[in-house]
Ligand binder design. Structure first.
Ligand code: NAP
Length: 488
């Protein structure tokens, strides 16, 4: 077997899993390049008040590292970050990470990727695994005058913990998952909270039950219980949510809509209730999970501002009706640039093909993982993958299992493996066709939709994803310098 040198970009959830699963497969020469000074990715960067994961914690855990000590059904962000740090420490991942090294370019030639970092470090690898995340680059809204605001202003993913909040006037722009969590966490601490809503959202009520010590003890005592909990949550999540959103006409989808409508009906003030009512179908945008948002927005010091933001001024936000909303702090909970996969890394593949050119219109990858012309490059949670429908941890683990099978070809003597253009195009065509039955195309604006209005997402079930990831169909791959016996 040939020894492979593997570079992993990013030490977040998928990067940590890469080191562990590659080692388990016998691939030990792995270097992780991380631009920050700590592991954790999303959970290192998003530290805003109220942050939690809307995938239940026992499901949002690695299959190989169950955690008996989750405090809640949906545990808070700092606990999740501590979990990733702990797993990374216990599994010796830290020793593999070059912190403070931002990868700036990748160039492929003669079966190797030459990798360069911002510090000028250069090295060559047989394989690159990009674990760079999906929702990573903050979307800064194009509202005029943002720079003129005299108070503190920051994006939800760049929270400035030095800015005092208690007793102050805080504005939050956006009504996505981040804004909803921030609002519920802050409303009782601040003098006034203005929530600037461009588009109302459907909210699924969820009960965030804490686990008590007896339950944690039982999980510790019998890890099989945790596996059962994980499997049960996975099944329930798939049946009641993931399989519903890909079939807009399904009874499960109708049930989600009924639950969301009934939840909205709990808002007492009819005028406020109607301003909170979306004019599109539930889950068309990424569904928000919150059991206490409607309570928060009905507090006397909370105000839902639905007038269009005209501009930001020295003292606050001026809305189109002429009113100036004076503020001390302005939070931009305005989401992420989900089309920025891998960029700004400058990637040059085989024969000088540039990723920026291949992706000039939009990013795309064969089975959300590999790109024609870019051999031995694997994009975990890559373009058009199952983002938002399932636990991304499951997705990354399944993709790694599939990747490792392709790496076995390289270890067996092949020089390179990449998808054929025909296979990638056929996949993309089938994917686009399948999106037509999803709830994401029923008439809303969302970060799921690409520049054509087509959902950049996996439009099939998790079971289908598992099937596809079970084993690569080698007829879809071009294998150079193939080992004897490989079906090219
Ligand atoms: P998001 O869902 O993309 O929401 C961004 C919000 O900002 C939207 O309400 C959007 O309004 C608004 N916005 C953007 N530009 C604006 C502008 N120029 N003027 C006014 N409003 C503007 O972002 P997010 O809340 O950060 O969540 C992103 C994703 O991260 C979620 O969908 C979820 O997958 C994940 N997430 C999950 C959790 C969790 O697990 N609980 C928590 C946070 C995030 P429009 O709707 O009108 O575009």
């Amino acid at each position: 077997m040939r020894d492979l040198r593997v570079a992993v970009i990013g030490a977040g959830m998928a990067g940590i899993a890469s080191v562990i699963k590659l080692r388990e497969a016998g691939i030990d020469d792995v270097t992780v390049f991380e631009k920050a000074d700590e592991v954790g990715g999303t959970w290192r960067e998003n530290t805003y008040p109220g942050i939690a994961c809307d995938v239940p914690s026992h499901l949002y855990s690695y299959s190989f590292a169950p955690n008996a000590d989750w405090s809640h059904t949906f545990s808070p962000g700092d606990e999740i970050q501590a979990y990733f740090q702990r797993v990374a420490r216990n599994e010796g991942v830290y020793a593999r990470v070059r912190f403070g090294e931002e990868v700036t370019s990748l160039r492929y030639g003669d079966g190797r990727w030459e990798l360069t970092t911002s510090s000028g470090h250069r090295d060559a690898f047989d394989v690159v695994v990009a674990a760079t995340g999906v929702l990573h680059h903050p979307n800064i809204p194009d509202v005029p005058g943002l720079e003129r605001f005299d108070g503190a202003s920051f994006h939800s993913a760049r929270w400035d913990h030095d800015v005092p909040l208690d007793g102050r006037r805080v504005g939050v722009i956006g009504t996505g998952s981040s804004a909803v969590q921030i609002t519920t966490a802050l409303v009782d601490r601040v003098a006034r909270l203005d929530l600037y809503q461009r588009t109302p959202q459907w909210i699924m009520p969820v009960d965030n039950t804490p686990y008590d010590e007896a339950q944690r003890h039982a999980f510790r005592d019998d890890p099989a219980l945790m596996r059962q909990a994980r499997d049960g949550l996975g099944r329930a999540f798939a049946d009641h949510f993931a399989n519903a959103v890909i079939d807009a006409d399904s009874p499960a989808m109708a049930l989600i809509e009924d639950v969301c409508r009934a939840h909205l009906d709990t808002v007492a003030d009819p005028e406020l209730r109607e301003r909170l009512r979306p004019d599109y179908r539930a889950a068309c945008k990424r569904l928000i999970a919150s059991g206490d948002f409607y309570d928060a927005i009905q507090r006397p010091n909370a105000s839902l501002v639905t007038e269009r933001i005209e501009q930001i001024e020295l003292a606050g936000v001026r809305t189109a009706d002429g009113e100036l909303h004076e503020l001390d702090v302005l939070v931009l909970a305005t989401g992420f640039r989900s089309d920025r996969f891998l960029r700004p890394i400058d990637v040059e593949g085989r024969d000088g093909i540039r990723l920026d050119e291949v992706w000039a219109e939009r990013p795309s990858a064969h089975v959300a993982l590999t790109v024609p012309g870019f051999p031995n490059l694997f994009l975990l949670n890559g373009p058009n993958g199952p983002v938002g429908n399932f636990s991304l941890i499951d997705v990354a683990e399944l993709q790694l299992d599939y990747t490792i099978q392709l790496l076995d070809l390289l270890r067996g003597g092949a020089e390179s493996v990449e998808p054929t253009t025909e296979a990638a195009e056929a996949f993309e065509q089938a994917r686009v066709e399948a999106t037509k039955g999803t709830v994401w195309v029923t008439g809303c604006r969302s970060w799921y939709l690409d520049d054509r209005g087509i959902p950049a997402a996996w439009p099939w079930s998790i079971d289908h994803f598992r099937d596809v990831m079970q084993a690569p169909d080698l007829s879809q791959y071009q294998i150079a310098g193939a080992p004897v016996g490989a079906d090219t």
